[in-house]
Each structure stands twice: as structure tokens, then as C-alpha cells.
Design a binder for this molecule. Structure first.
Ligand code: DGY
Length: 323
């Protein structure tokens, strides 16, 4: 029996490739070349499935060139690289990788919050430059984390994980804003109180963004929102680039209108707005919130399970649309 053909669009764990090769005829990109859209379409033209990361844009134009394609399995919980409506119209199943990265990503949200509030990278760079000559009462004095007010925008699974860490681990007062309010049970578990976005921005000491990217969430934080925040506040983005207006943020940081920011995601990444690279009070990391080997393995396994489940038995694990 001939095996379905799939494309693994980026480098993955060798064991993931080995598993996929048991079920499929696999073309893979183990050299991790960043293919153009035309190149991706050319390679997908005869494939039944695609193993994608959040970097490959799957839209109507690409789908029109890939008549055999039945499924794209994202090794990411976010799927703003998919035009799900166009995929549904073409009968292409979209799947993502939820749950397996929730706690790891929430851990990183806290790592970034701590590093930002306590000026960890800024002070390390100072030390490495050989500028540390004496102890001083206000040397890299940062912002309190324990007992502070944590404002979370986007209260899905990862947002709830951040809330639990803040409330239970650091005794923080947790407020959140979300499209819909959590059930009273979930609010009690997270010890989180629902507030309007404006109130959250005005009162939080640390604002953490965990909202999925869409046209509606584009520039959730721009100049007007930054102007509402306390001058002592920090802003943490572990969601997606485009949720924050990076140019407006760089200006607010430079002018000291907020104290600091921690960013794991950027508009137009892997490019980073040049002004963010020159302001000292920002911690920058290259989209690694889910990056532990254990979690990345689990994400790869789930994407593989979706391809295998769907293409061999018609049963995907985490579908996003009707197939
Ligand atoms: C996700 O899973 O969406 C993370 O951002 C990794 O891409």
C-alpha cells in the first residue's frame, strides 16, 4: 500500500521524523532552510499533509497550489499563521498543539516578569562590561514582585497558569481581562478578579499579555494603552508579536513612561524593532517561552499524532476546524 506523502516544513527531533517515516513518505527540511512561500507551495504541491511550525503561512494562495493537501498540523498552540477559513473552504484540516506547553509557557512568563522587574539582564551586562566597582544603595533597584498587582490580559490556559503562579507563589493580587469572564470556580482557583482593560492598565504593577493574535487583538497595547500604565509598571509579552505596537513601546521605554518590558515575541520576528535593541530597560528573548526539551518534544509528538491520527484513521487529536 502506498503511504501518504507529507512535508515536515522545519527541522524537528530525529525521533519525530522516525515516527512519521513509519506512516508516511516524508520530505523534510532538517537543514532548517527558511523557504519562500513559493518554495513551500512547490514542495507541498504533491503532499497530503504538512507538519508546520508557527512560521509557515498557510493561506488561500498557497492552498490553491496544493490540491492534494488534507491537513496542516502546527507544532504550536498559536495558529495565526493559518487562514483557518481558507483551509475550511478547501477542506483542509488545521490542528494545533494545546495543553502540552501550558505550564512551561507560564513558567517562562514568570521568568521574564522576574528578569524584567528585577533588572536581571541589564545588571548582568553592566557586570560583564566591567563597570561594577562598588555596592550602592540603589544599584539596579527594580520593582517588587511579591505582593504586587499582576494584571493578565488573555485568561486562557496559559493566562490561568500565570495567575496561579502570581497568586499562590508570590502572594500577588491578580486582576485579569478577557473576552469572556471565567467561571466563579476558575476565578477562585486562580484567585483572580475580572476587571475592564482600562482599569487593569491603570492599576497593575506588572501587565502580562497572553492573548492570541487576531485582527481584533492587533496592537492591544499601543501608545494610548501605554499612557494609562503606571510609570513604575512593567509589560510582559509572551503572546504574539503584533499584540504590542513595538515602536510605541520603544518610545515609552525610552521616555520612562513605563519602567521596563520583557518581550519574547515581536512584530515581524525574527526581526526586532531597532529602537527596542537600543533601550536598556527591556529584556528580549527569541520566542522561547515553550522551549524546554520536554515540552518541545511533547509539542512535536502532538503534531505528529494529529497527522498520523487523521491521515491513517480519520481521527485527529486536536482539530481546529471541521475537515
Ligand atoms: C506556540 O506554541 O504558539 C508558541 O508560541 C511556540 O511557537
Amino acid at each position: 500500500m502506498t503511504k501518504p506523502k507529507i512535508l515536515v516544513a522545519r527541522a524537528v527531533f530525529p525521533e519525530t521524523l522516525a515516527l512519521l517515516s513509519e506512516h508516511f513518505e516524508v520530505e523534510s527540511n532538517q537543514d532548517d532552510v527558511l523557504w519562500s512561500k513559493a518554495e513551500l507551495a512547490r514542495r507541498l504541491a504533491d503532499k497530503h499533509g504538512a507538519f508546520t511550525t508557527g512560521s509557515e503561512r498557510i493561506d488561500a494562495e498557497l492552498l490553491a497550489a496544493c490540491p492534494q493537501l488534507k491537513i496542516c498540523a502546527n507544532m504550536a498552540v498559536g495558529y495565526n499563521n493559518f487562514d483557518v477559513d481558507a483551509m475550511t473552504a478547501r477542506g483542509v484540516l488545521a490542528t494545533n498543539a494545546p495543553d502540552v506547553l501550558t505550564e512551561t509557557t507560564a513558567d517562562f512568563g514568570f521568568a521574564l516578569l522576574m528578569a524584567t522587574a528585577r533588572r536581571v539582564t541589564e545588571s548582568e551586562h553592566y557586570l560583564r562590561r566591567g563597570e561594577w566597582t562598588k555596592w550602592r544603595y540603589d544599584l539596579f533597584a527594580g520593582t517588587e514582585v511579591h505582593g504586587a498587582t499582576l494584571g493578565i490580559i488573555g485568561m486562557g490556559r496559559i493566562g490561568q497558569g500565570v495567575a496561579r503562579r502570581g497568586a499562590l507563589g508570590f502572594g500577588m493580587k491578580v486582576i485579569y481581562h478577557n473576552r469572556s469572564r471565567l467561571s466563579p470556580e476558575l476565578e477562585a482557583q486562580c484567585q483572580a478578579q475580572y476587571v475592564g482593560k482600562e482599569e487593569l492598565l491603570r492599576t497593575a504593577d506588572h501587565v502580562v499579555l497572553v492573548v492570541p493574535y487576531s485582527a481584533a487583538s492587533h496592537h492591544t497595547i499601543g501608545a494610548a494603552e501605554l499612557a494609562l500604565m503606571k510609570p513604575s509598571a512593567t509589560l510582559i509579552n509572551i503572546a504574539r508579536g503584533g499584540i504590542v505596537d513595538d515602536a510605541a513601546l520603544a518610545q515609552a521605554l525610552r521616555e520612562g513612561r513605563i519602567a521596563a518590558a520583557g518581550l519574547d515575541v515581536f512584530e515581524g520576528e525574527p526581526s526586532v524593532h531597532p529602537d527596542l535593541l537600543t533601550v536598556p530597560n527591556v529584556v528580549l528573548t527569541p520566542h522561547i517561552a515553550s522551549a524546554t526539551m520536554t515540552t518541545r518534544r511533547a509539542m512535536a509528538q502532538l503534531a505528529a499524532d494529529n497527522l498520523i491520527g487523521f491521515l491513517t484513521q480519520g481521527r485527529p487529536v486536536t482539530p481546529l476546524n471541521p475537515s
